[in-house]
Design a protein around this ligand. Structure first.
Ligand SMILES: Cc1cc2nc3c(=O)[nH]c(=O)nc-3n(C[C@H](O)[C@H](O)[C@H](O)COP(=O)(O)O)c2cc1C
Length: 382
């Protein structure tokens, strides 16, 4: 962990510490990974406009998103199976988010169940929902999220079917049913003894905490992927938002919007916010980067709903770039998953401290002292 001197260092540390199938699962995207690469490169190409002598002695990163006061305009994105990156991983990351004063968003397909994570985090959680065919199960999940005092529901809509992630086939995580895949994963785990002891043995059970009631005792990774394939509901439409609204009265964010028309539809059905996202380049490869998709959406939405964004954000500078492109808040995805894999809660805490420091410096050097100051005029004309 001491080797991490920048937010980008956690990726290599995680690569060393995690079994290959887990690292590739986090790191990879779909098909040729064009969109995954674009998310990063399009963001990196945004040049900021340096300003001077602007009295930047007092910089304040705090903001309010959907009524929740945040120490900085960041939330930890939902990451399925993150509990495998460190022992009871989602609970560790939720504690780090609490320390940093930002929300942690728990995935439907987390290892740690809602009640465990909400007990670990003293700040209100966000809960991410996938639409599954069994609406009774969805209703129960939403009830569990309410009971766990979740502040906000994040409804992910960009996964009617899972994108093909070829790295998962190569690593043995997917596509090798039966003993083959299991043996490869066992071998990869055994060759990372620190992880095998800390997570593989002491971190059990590893089944999907929120889904286990419907998995009927089948709790292996293959069972999980088969359940996703068979139960995610590709027939969902905007009309299903009525069902969600009937079962969730708190703030509602729709995640996975990449098109202005869909953003308008989300606002039209009364969503409180959206996340401009392509699922980190893990769904339809070849779609726009979020840095490219965000500006017209932010412009069309104005202040009607909270426009958040994610995809390719690896540093505090990237957060500032996303804000300058029009986001009111930014979700960190792989960045925190790598930090968790590298060093658990301490890793995520350190990552967030790096990001905070980078944002403060970027704001000082662009002449911004408040988050609301960061707008399109912070981007340099080429
Ligand atoms: C390993 C992994 C698992 C993910 N699992 C989920 C999930 O369960 N639910 C969800 O809405 N998004 C999920 N996502 C997408 C993230 O929430 C987020 O949109 C994406 O990671 C942002 O891109 P970035 O990783 O480049 O920051 C996952 C992403 C990764 C990398």
């Amino acid at each position: 962990m001491r080797q991490a001197a920048s937010p980008g260092d956690f990726r290599q540390l995680a690569r060393r510490r995690l079994p290959r199938f887990l690292f590739e699962y986090i790191d990879g995207g779909s098909y040729a990974e064009t969109t995954l690469a674009r998310n990063i490169s399009d963001l990196a190409q945004i040049a900021l406009r340096q300003r001077v002598l602007a009295n930047v002695a007092d910089i304040d990163l705090s903001t309010t998103i959907l009524g929740q006061k945040l120490a900085m305009p960041i939330a930890l994105a939902p990451i399925g199976l993150a509990g495998m990156n460190a022992r009871r991983g989602e609970s560790q990351a939720a504690r780090a988010a609490t320390t940093a004063g930002i929300p942690f968003c728990l995935s439907t397909v987390s290892v740690c169940p809602l009640d465990e994570v909400s007990a670990a985090a003293s700040a209100p959680l966000w809960f991410q929902l996938y639409m599954v065919r069994d609406r009774g199960f969805v209703r129960d999940l939403l009830a569990a999220a309410r009971e766990a005092a979740c502040a906000t529901l994040v409804f992910t809509v960009d996964m009617p079917v899972p994108g093909s992630r070829y790295r998962d086939y190569r690593s043995g995580l997917a596509g090798a049913p039966g003993l083959g895949g299991k043996l490869r994963r066992l071998w990869q785990g055994a060759s990372h003894p620190r992880w095998a002891w800390d997570v593989g043995l002491r971190g059990r059970p590893h089944h999907l905490g929120n889904v286990v009631p419907v998995l009927g005792g089948h709790t292996g990774l293959e069972d999980f992927f088969a359940w996703m394939r068979d139960n995610f509901d590709p027939s969902a439409t905007w009309r299903d938002l009525d069902f969600i609204r009937a079962n969730w009265s708190g703030p509602l964010i729709i995640k996975g919007i990449l098109d202005v028309e869909d953003a308008r539809a989300a606002a039209g059905i009364g969503a409180d916010g959206i996340v401009v996202s392509n699922h980190g380049g893990r769904q339809l490869d070849g779609v726009l980067s979020t840095a490219a998709a965000l500006p017209p959406i932010a412009e069309a939405m104005g202040d009607d709903i909270a426009v958040l964004a994610d995809g390719g954000v690896r540093s505090g500078l990237d957060v500032v770039r996303m804000l300058a492109l029009g986001a009111k808040g930014v979700l960190l995805g792989r960045a925190w998953a790598y930090a968790l894999g590298a060093a658990g809660e301490a890793g995520v805490t350190r990552l967030l401290a790096f990001i905070r420091a980078e944002m403060e410096i970027a704001m000082a050097l662009t002449g911004c002292t408040r988050i609301a100051d960061i707008g399109r005029d912070v981007i340099a004309a080429r």
